[in-house]
Design a protein. Structure first.
Length: 145
C-alpha cells in the first residue's frame, strides 16, 4: 500500500519524540527522517520505528480543587486555545507596531523633522479587526467559542 503524507508525518512525529527522549542521536534521527520523507510504500515506513517503543499518552490527573468552579472549558466560555490565539494575534500586532514605529522614527531622523505618525492608520485598522474578531467570532473557524 502506498504511503500518504499523513503516514510520513506520523512517522516523522514519532521519530521527533524519540529524539527528544534521547532514544535516537541526531545523525540517526536525520537519516530516518530522510528515509521517512522519501518513503513510497508503507513497508518503507514500518522499519523506521520498529525498534522504538510506542509513546505513552499521559492524561492529566484530576484535582479536587477545580471541581464546581466555572472554567474555560464550561459551555459558553472561550477555550484556552482560543484566547491563546487571540493573544498571539496581538503579539503580531505589537511586532508590526515596533517595526512601523522604527521605520517612522528613522525616516523622521533622516528627514530632519518629525513626520506625521503614519503607523497610527494601519495599526488602528489592524487593532479594530482584532477587537471585532473578539466581539463577533467567525463561526466557520470555531474561534473564541
Amino acid at each position: 500500500m502506498r504511503a500518504s503524507d499523513a503516514d510520513r508525518d506520523a512517522v516523522a512525529e514519532r521519530l521527533a519524540i524519540a529524539l527528544s527522549e534521547g532514544r535516537l542521536d541526531l545523525n540517526e534521527y536525520e537519516r530516518r527522517l530522510d528515509l521517512a520523507m522519501n518513503a513510497v510504500v508503507m513497508g518503507d515506513l514500518t522499519p523506521l520505528t520498529a525498534d522504538l517503543p510506542t509513546p505513552v499518552e499521559t492524561q492529566p490527573a484530576e484535582s479536587d480543587e477545580g471541581k464546581g468552579l466555572v472554567t474555560s472549558e464550561a459551555p459558553g466560555f472561550p477555550t484556552a486555545s482560543g484566547w491563546r490565539e487571540w493573544v498571539d494575534e496581538w503579539r503580531w500586532w505589537l511586532g508590526g507596531a515596533v517595526i512601523m514605529t522604527g521605520i517612522w522614527g528613522v525616516t523622521s531622523i533622516v528627514g530632519g523633522a518629525l513626520l506625521p505618525f503614519w503607523p497610527l492608520v494601519p495599526l488602528g485598522i489592524w487593532a479594530a479587526i482584532l477587537i471585532a474578531a473578539a466581539i463577533w467570532p467567525d463561526d466557520s473557524t470555531n474561534r473564541r467559542d
